[in-house]
Ligand binder design. Structure first.
Ligand SMILES: [Fe+2]
Length: 717
């Protein structure tokens, strides 16, 4: 006879509750008319699916070793208001870190302190009064240590609303961070979930809110293959118990790809995830996939810290994406209203006298900026509250809108003009060819994997060939037709942090430098896709391979020296174009500084995010000067940065005056001479993450609020 665990589900008044789902982590049973259940012991927990209209502080019980016939469990439910519409908050990747303050050298601080999360949760009644629960989709802590879990549990203990925790890969890292290639050719960290179960609780479970079934699963161990079979078995049982008519959402740390989605018993309404530290909202076959950025530091896609309010109205879900208030980002003084800036079209501030004209794009701006081609401007926009974006064409002289074309997801990239066709990459990886004259869609080349492609980098074009993608899936398209001319999927296994930079094209060479793999930049032939530079083998731990040259931005080509200048994490490298060999590397303290170096007669100017500008000698990389920039930016936008600083975009070199113009996240453009001396400032009043584009005597740019600006920069102030 198998052992049996028995128990009851009752109300606070002791009244039995029938028909409530109870699980051992594999089987799902329902309570009978007397509220009783019996289930075989299987995993470490017995958990109850909190039903609509009920809450319980203790929704799971840890089974004692050898639990069996004598084990009796009681779950006590308390009635709770769950009328429609029901709003909850989605946050992710809190990365609670208790390490020494200097561990994250970019900011000389920690990722997220428990106090930051605690304060944020305690403030919810003011910050997000309608949010009635919170879900945190993993990487709750940074190293998976007992101290971090203690900090996390303390931070959520006093939250005014229930906080539901989903495990991520960092939550399973207490034994180390070594990397491996998963069963789906994905670079992941190894992991062990035992400490999480010991200190936090179940890793897969469900609960109901106002008629919506919420399913939580452990992506990391599923991907590693530690327990995907039992997780899927549990899910089938759980969804069967919920009933076919009950809509559900799936919450996992990483966005579920084919290995998860293709095996679901039925489609969810939506999925909610994190892991990438990005903002990405896409619709795939009628399912909404919401990938959210980190709340307390900036994202790998250069999103500012954000959180999402999600409203369930009984039939569908609405998103309200919000930028984290400056108060929580080490910048209490900044008065700029950031709430919807960077996530929706938003008139951030009244016009400055420097603004010749302003056009509001349909969505928010980004760091990619715009393309100026002859007398026309092309720019994309992102709408982060739904799967949508736009490409817009303007008259460069007047700012008059010529056409606007809707896209299926955000456009965080710069459109490229090839012949009479505007080619644009959506964040989903789908590529569209639009008639430059009218915006009419001429062709669409679908994403190779809409679940997993995160197109943050702009396509580049030469000879009518458009190159785009990342090193795990690099494609060349015929700009006229969208036809795929060649495709490389062998340059790297798939990883989440891949698409920081656009390729650089020189002649028929496409230079593709990406982090984290492989360990040296890639050069392939524009026409055939064949490798030009030698490719090193991946080492046993792919992360070790990655640590050599961590390319994070688009290279500049110095034709005078036949060399590439490559922005890498915390460094700049100079590569010989013919061989790809490194000529010199210099270190910077800026961490992720993705801006393309600027080639001037006096030297190379590199942008050190969070710090300022630096000029390097062409032959040696030696530092010629360093200019520090400080100012009151409302939020950070470069990866992992917690403290706001103006410096993010590259400066533009103005040849006529031999000066540099640096746009800032504090809304100020700064002019420097080629000795690094400040020559004046221009207060535009809107945070600028994109570079300036020279247009005759004036400059064009896109503010984070989606305002496309034509600026007359006079002498400055
Ligand atoms: Fe994370």
């Amino acid at each position: 006879m198998p052992k049996i665990v028995t128990g009851r589900v009752i109300t606070a008044e002791g009244i039995p509750v029938p028909g409530i789902a109870v699980t051992n982590g594999r089987d799902v049973v329902a309570t009978g008319g007397d509220g009783s259940f019996s289930v075989e012991p299987f995993g470490p927990f017995i958990a109850v699916t909190r039903p609509t209209g009920w809450h319980t502080d203790h929704w799971f019980t840890r089974l004692p070793a050898g639990a069996g016939d004598s084990t009796e469990i009681t779950f006590e439910l308390h009635a709770t208001e769950q009328s429609l519409p029901y709003q909850f908050m989605h946050i992710t990747d809190t990365h609670i870190d208790m390490a020494a303050p200097d561990r994250w050298a970019f900011d000389k601080g920690r990722l997220t302190t428990p106090d930051q999360l605690k304060e944020f949760l305690l403030d919810l009644p003011q910050l997000s009064p309608a949010s009635r629960s919170v879900i945190v989709t993993g990487d709750l802590v940074d190293n998976g240590s007992p101290e971090e879990f203690a900090g996390l549990l303390d931070a959520v203990a006093d939250a005014p609303v229930p906080v539901n925790l989903v495990p991520g890969n960092h939550d399973h890292m207490h034994l180390g961070r070594s990397g491996r290639i998963s069963r789906n050719n994905y670079i992941v960290n190894d992991g062990n979930p035992e400490l999480y179960e010991e200190l936090v609780g179940p890793r897969w479970f469900s609960y109901d809110i106002a008629g919506l079934h919420v399913v939580v699963m452990d992506w990391h161990t599923h991907e590693l293959g530690l327990d995907h079979t039992v997780q899927e078995q549990w899910l089938r049982n759980d969804l069967a118990a919920a009933g076919d008519d009950t809509p559900y959402i799936l919450c996992m740390h990483d966005q579920p790809g084919h290995p998860v989605m293709d095996r679901l018993p039925r489609k969810p309404l939506a999925t909610f995830s994190g892991h990438w530290h990005t903002s990405r909202v896409v619709d795939i076959d009628g399912v909404l996939h919401v990938n959210s950025p980190t709340p307390f530091f900036a994202g790998l896609d250069y999103s500012p810290p954000m959180f999402r309010e999600v409203t369930w109205d009984g039939t569908g879900l609405q998103l309200n994406s919000r930028t984290m208030p400056a108060h929580y980002l080490h910048n209490p003084d900044h008065a700029f209203d950031v709430d919807k800036a960077t996530v929706a079209g938003y008139d951030a501030k009244s016009r400055s006298s420097l603004v010749r004209w302003r056009h509001q794009l349909a969505g928010a701006g980004h760091r990619a900026g715009l393309t100026l081609a002859g007398d026309r401007i092309f720019a994309g926009s992102q709408i982060e509250d739904r799967p949508a974006g736009t490409v817009e064409a303007l008259d460069a002289e007047s700012g008059r809108l010529l056409w606007s074309a809707a896209t299926g997801s955000a456009v965080k990239t710069r459109p490229v003009l090839a012949g009479g066709i505007v080619v644009v990459a959506e964040v989903s990886g789908a590529v569209a060819g639009l008639a430059a004259a009218t915006g009419e869609r001429l062709w669409t080349t679908p994403s190779t994997d809409p679940y997993r492609r995160f197109a943050w980098q702009s396509p580049v074009e030469s000879e009518g060939i458009v190159v785009l993608g990342d090193q795990s899936d690099l494609r060349a398209l015929d700009a006229a037709t969208g036809k795929v001319l060649w495709r490389r999927t062998d340059l790297s296994p798939h990883h989440n942090i891949v698409t920081h930079s656009s390729p650089a094209i020189v002649g028929s060479m496409v230079m593709v430098g990406f982090w984290p793999t492989p360990n040296s930049p890639i050069a392939v032939d524009l026409h055939t896709g064949e490798s030009i530079w030698p490719m090193p083998e991946l080492q046993d731990d792919p992360w070790d391979t990655a640590r050599n040259l961590r390319v994070t931005g688009t290279a500049a080509y110095d034709d005078g020296q036949d060399s590439f200048l490559v922005p890498a994490i915390s460094s700049t490298a100079k590569l010989d174009r013919k061989t790809g060999s490194v000529q010199w590397t210099v270190q910077h303290e800026g961490g992720y500084s993705p801006s393309t170096p600027v080639i001037t007669p006096a030297g190379y100017v590199v942008t050190v995010t969070g710090h300022g500008l630096r000029m390097l000698a062409k032959d040696t990389g030696g530092q010629l000067w360093d200019a520090t920039v400080d100012g009151l930016a409302p939020f950070p936008m470069t990866a992992y940065r917690m403290k706001a600083n103006p410096v993010m975009a590259a400066p533009v070199f103005e040849e006529s005056t031999e000066t540099l113009l640096l746009p800032g996240l504090d809304g100020v453009i700064r002019r420097f001479d080629l000795d690094g001396a400040p020559e004046g400032t221009y207060d535009v009043g809107v945070p600028l993450a994109a570079p300036l584009v020279a247009a005759g005597g004036s400059y064009l740019t896109v503010g984070v609020d989606g305002g496309l600006l034509a600026l007359d920069l006079g002498a400055g102030s």
